[in-house]
Every structure is written in structure tokens, then in C-alpha cells.
Ligand binder design. Structure first.
Ligand code: AMP
Ligand code: ZN
Length: 463
């Protein structure tokens, strides 16, 4: 399996450091607001990577931190007159709920920055002892000129680097290469602060991730992922802090997901194209269509999120689900055929080859749809031989452990069936018989047959 490593700017063969176990750190949400669909593009991509590694037989230990103290969370909590924990708690809960909605597999550890302060203080002390950091006006800064490799990840020109000039804010621009803050001395009276050997204060955002990753995964991790905006300064600074402290390589594979834009434009509140997941759900969009849209484009290409793409995702999902149900309900009486087994093998290989190539999901989904098309060409109405039914369904289930957008085998609720029946009756009134037949067939595929009587349409579920 190959992954593109931002550090080497090359596709590299991925092999974990320790046997079969893959250690992954993914920068989690800053819990100052509801996460937006751009954030979820990155989180869904990371989920796809995790699920695919498991599909390939690896064991995964993934850590996703919750940034519950930084410039943004403090500002918001103060604006609302709330304690930091009271403020962030509701967004942590909301985030977890959103993750479930999008079928993101829970990761192994979700550390919170505010619960890891002791370890952060220890790392700052180490950096001070080793001469990589200095104290100034009650804060502690990392001296970037003390580390010759600084700038390697983001490819900074060393000449631009202004060491000895320090920056306090958590986020800053690429041309502003300065000594960054590790520990911020307390300035305002009501600011959240912790005691430390360098005075009362709080950790810088970059420090938080170095500590939460190494604490849970060891000093060298296999994969560290996040959105492309994090390459500089966040990840560059994480490398600096970790490697200056341990003298070991911090991360073997840096994997970055490109940005999501909406209808061709950068998401922004002023353009009215800024959407949280919750806002899309309120508009009535299906969470699985959202997930599909977010994962279906390769992670190293910018994703242009459009409402058309959501509609198309919905259709793609129904095509796969209807196929599954049709196979499940209506096999032909033939004994099993070698041909079907061979097709499954061929398309499993095609799926795996695509995904092995830097998680080329478009190729992976292509394999699934070609498989369906080929079965339907060989077996009209998806009626595969009785003896192959199980393996076809198992293959679809297997691919769905990675794609995780399809709801197989779940029965339609009575109300949903009634809604379809009403729609069919309306179509018949409108003399749109092809739509009416389509609905009847769709239900039949799910094992639901309709009986038209003089005054109503009834339905029966087949066993
Ligand atoms: P934050 O909550 O701002 O720390 O961001 C959480 C994750 O979402 C990080 O990995 C960001 O890089 C990522 N992210 C933020 N905006 C976008 C976007 N528009 N498209 C893709 N990923 C994003
Ligand atoms: Zn981070």
C-alpha cells in the first residue's frame, strides 16, 4: 500500500513501524463551535484511511485530540461569560454526535488538552533544559534557530526565518516564520491558567498536539494526518517540539487532506455558503449522502461541494442498496456458478489495487459499480444463482466496511412504505406509469409486494 508523504513529497510504500499495528494521530476539532462540512471532509477522509487499513488486516490505534483550550475557545467562553469546561462541553457532545451521524468509527483515544497539562509542562521543561526554548515576559518560546531541520515539512526557505522574534498567537501566516509560543503566561485576570515552574499560564496549541500524540502513541508515530492548512505552522511546530525533545523522528508519514470548497468558492459566512453538518441535516439531506460526497473525491484534490453532488450521491447509494436487496430477495434456482466467484475475486482485486494506490477511492467505487453492472448484465434483475447469493452479499458487506455509506438489510419502516405508496398512486393519477412501476419494483427489491384493491393499496412483507 502506498501513501503520499508530505514530508518527502513522494508516494511511499506504507509499512508500520511495529509489526501489524498502525499508530495514527489526527488533529481533532477545536471545540468552540459546531464542526463544518470542511472539517468533516478531513475527518471522513481519516475515517476512510482507518477503515481501509483495517480492511487490509492492520490493527489501528488512532488518537484524535479535542482542542478544548486555545485562543478561540477562550475568546468564545469569555464572550458568553462561561467557564471553559462548561463552554466546550456542549461542542464536544455535539461533535461526538455528528461523528456518529456520519458513521465515523470511534477512534481508540480522544484526549482533551485540558486533561493533559502536566505532560505539557514536562515537555516545556525538557525543551528549556535542552536549550531549545527560552523564557520571556512570563511566556516560554521555542527557539527555531536551535533546530537546523526547522521548516522541512512546509519547505520554508531558511533565509526567511526570523529567530529571536517571537509570536504569541496560535495561528499565523506562512511568511511569518518566528519563534513560537510553548507556554503563554497569564495576562488577563479571568483567563484560564495553570500553575507551572515558568509561572501561571496555559499551553500553546502546537504543544498540545505534540504531547497528546507522544503520550498515547510513543515518540515515533506511523501516520499523522490533518487538513492541508495545518502543514504550517501547526505541524511544522509539532515536529520541532517533539524532535528537539526526543532526538527521534516524530512521524513517519505526514498525510494532508485538501480543502473543501462550496459551489466553487471558499466557505465563508459572508458568502452565505458556510455549512455545519447540522445545517445540512436541517435542510433534509441524508447523512449518508453527505458522507458519500465527502469521501468520494480523492483526498489530495480539492473537493468542490455542490448540492448537485449530494443528489447524485443519494442516487449512487440507492443503486447499491437496491442491488443488495434485489440479490437478497430474488435469486434464480441455478446451483452456484464459478463465474460469479471469479467476478468477486476480480473486483475485490480492482478495489484493493485502487485503494492501495494512495487511497484512490474513485477507483474503489468504480470497481463496485462495475461489479454491479456486470452482474446485472449476466443475470437480469440481479437474479444471481441461488448458490452464489451469500458470497455476493458478503462481498458488498465487505466493501461497506470501508465505504460505510450503505444501509444494507435494514427494513423500511411502515411510514416510509406508505409514503412510497402514496407517491405511486399520485404517479398513476398523473398517468406517469413508468414512475409508478419504478416504485413498485423498488419495493419488490426490498421484499415488499403491493396489492391494489378497489379502494386502497396494501402491502405485504415477504419472508
Ligand atoms: P479545527 O477545528 O479548525 O482545528 O479543524 C479541524 C480539522 O478540519 C483540521 O484537520 C483542519 O485542517 C480541517 N479543516 C478545516 N477547514 C477545512 C476545509 N475547508 N476543508 C477540509 N478540511 C478542513
Ligand atoms: Zn494538532
Amino acid at each position: 500500500m502506498k501513501l503520499y508523504n508530505t514530508l518527502s513529497r513522494k508516494l511511499e510504500k506504507f509499512v508500520p513501524l511495529n509489526g501489524n499495528l498502525v499508530t495514527i494521530y489526527t488533529c481533532g476539532p477545536t471545540v468552540y463551535d459546531y464542526a463544518h462540512i470542511g472539517n468533516f471532509r478531513t475527518f471522513c477522509f481519516e475515517d476512510l484511511m482507518r477503515r481501509y487499513l483495517k480492511f487490509r488486516g492492520f490493527k489501528v490505534k488512532q488518537v484524535m485530540n479535542l482542542t478544548d483550550v486555545d485562543d478561540k475557545t477562550i475568546r468564545k467562553a469569555t464572550e458568553q461569560g462561561l467557564g471553559l469546561d462548561d463552554y466546550t462541553e456542549r461542542y464536544i457532545d455535539a461533535f461526538m454526535e455528528d461523528c456518529r451521524t456520519l458513521n465515523l468509527e470511534p477512534v481508540e483515544v480522544y484526549p482533551r488538552a485540558t486533561r493533559t497539562i502536566e505532560d505539557m509542562i514536562a515537555l516545556v521543561s525538557t525543551l528549556l533544559e535542552k536549550g531549545h526554548a527560552y523564557e520571556k515576559d512570563g511566556s516560554v518560546y521555542f527557539n527555531i534557530s536551535s533546530l537546523p531541520t526547522y521548516g522541512r515539512l512546509s519547505g520554508l526557505d531558511r533565509r526567511e526565518i526570523r529567530s529571536g522574534v517571537s509570536v504569541d498567537s496560535d495561528e499565523y501566516e506562512k511568511d511569518d516564520v518566528r519563534d513560537f509560543v510553548l507556554w503563554k503566561g497569564k495576562k488577563e485576570e479571568n483567563e484560564p491558567a495553570w500553575e507551572s515552574p515558568f509561572g501561571e499560564g496555559r499551553p500553546g496549541w502546537h504543544l498540545e498536539c505534540s504531547v497528546m500524540s507522544m503520550k498515547n502513541l510513543g515518540e515515533t508515530l506511523d501516520i499523522h494526518a490533518g487538513g492541508e492548512d495545518l502543514i504550517f505552522p501547526h505541524h511544522e511546530n509539532e515536529i520541532a517540539q517533539s524532535e528537539a525533545a526526543t532526538g527521534k523522528p516524530f512521524v513517519r508519514f505526514w498525510v494532508h487532506c485538501k480543502y473543501l470548497i462550496v459551489e466553487g468558492k471558499k466557505m465563508s459566512k459572508s458568502l452565505g455558503n458556510f455549512f455545519t453538518l447540522r445545517q445540512l441535516l436541517e435542510k433534509g439531506y441524508d447523512p449518508m449522502a453527505i458522507r458519500y460526497t465527502l469521501i468520494a473525491a480523492h483526498y489530495r484534490k480539492q473537493l468542490n461541494f455542490t448540492f448537485d453532488s449530494l443528489d447524485n450521491a443519494g442516487k449512487a447509494i440507492s443503486r447499491v442498496e437496491s442491488f443488495y436487496n434485489a440479490v437478497n430477495q430474488t435469486a434464480n434456482r441455478e446451483a452456484s456458478s464459478e463465474d460469479v466467484t471469479k467476478l468477486i475475486q476480480r473486483y475485490r482485486e480492482q478495489f484493493t489495487a485502487a485503494m492501495d494506490d494512495d487511497l484512490n477511492i474513485s477507483g474503489g467505487l468504480g470497481a463496485l459499480f462495475e461489479f454491479i453492472r456486470e452482474i446485472n448484465t449476466n443475470y437480469p434483475d440481479s437474479q444471481v444463482p441461488q448458490g452464489n447469493k451469500k458470497e455476493v452479499l458478503a462481498f458488498l458487506d465487505e466493501l461497506n466496511t470501508v465505504i460505510a455509506c450503505f444501509n444494507f438489510g435494514e427494513e423500511l419502516a411502515d411510514e416510509e412504505i406508505m409514503k412510497l405508496i402514496d407517491e405511486r398512486n399520485q404517479a398513476r393519477k398523473d398517468r406517469d406509469f413508468s414512475r409508478a412501476d419504478e416504485i413498485r419494483d423498488q419495493l419488490k427489491g426490498m421484499g415488499i409486494v403491493l396489492e391494489d384493491t378497489r379502494d386502497a393499496t396494501r402491502f405485504k412483507r415477504l419472508k
